[in-house]
Design a protein around this ligand. Sequence first.
Ligand SMILES: Nc1ncnc2c1ncn2[C@@H]1O[C@H](COP(=O)(O)OP(=O)(O)OP(=O)(O)O)[C@@H](O)[C@H]1O
Ligand SMILES: [Mg+2]
Length: 241
Amino acid sequence: MIEITKTGIEGLDSILNGGIVTDSTTLVSGNPGAGKSILCLQYIYNGVDQFDEKGIYLSFEENEADLREAAESIGFDKWPEFVENGDIKVYDKQVLLRENDFSSSLDLLLDDLEDEEYDRLVLDSLAMFNLFFDDEAEKRTYLLKFTDILRSNGLTTLMTNEQGAVFPDTEIGLENYLTDGNIYLIQTPTDSGVSRYVWVAKMRKQDIETDIFPMEIEWGGIQVHENASAFSMMSEEDSPL
Ligand SMILES: Nc1ncnc2c1ncn2[C@@H]1O[C@H](COP(=O)(O)OP(=O)(O)OP(=O)(O)O)[C@@H](O)[C@H]1O
Ligand SMILES: [Mg+2]
């Protein structure tokens, strides 16, 4: 029986066939503004709010105040309270980028990673994390080492990556292969604004829905409409792919 960690986003859990595989690492890819950070905030917030699971949020891009403001602006109003009482542990860029190399940053985190209190982890973003490394081989070694540490400590993880879903224009990076799950957030401009979609391209050990589904970002966070396949709703030229 495979254990599942729910994101708490109903439509997404549904297309994931229940949720994310517990202890796995999933890459959340998308262009700037696609909603990667919001999905991650929501995953950590729902963990505490709905499932009594504590979370660690590693942000290489924002400081703690930015994260709090982003969370509050979308309606996760108990975020500050959860951080205050330790249900959510934030390591922001000021803390993480103070160290010169990843080993020293990892040392900072290790106590919390090994603490069985936490179930969920976010790393936002891999692009910034990669700046610690000089070459691909070193980066790959550390990514593997890091995901191993997360897995062995029972942390179910989302990592964000700036990458579009239009293949073959987009190079598929090693990180796509090294992670257990790949979720793409896609946005396309329309006359009235933007259409948003989510595509779960892989989730090891899970029988997922691999169609592309429409989603919205609104007060309360991301909503995925799992009953409507994007393609059945769209004309050819509106297709995101
Ligand atoms: N309260 C809100 N209501 C509706 N849409 C919102 C709200 N707050 C944010 N958004 C939308 O979400 C988008 C930002 O999402 P997010 O910060 O998660 O993107 P991202 O993929 O992390 O981008 P980046 O790669 O730049 O970090 C904004 O561009 C905005 O369109
Ligand atoms: Mg972001």
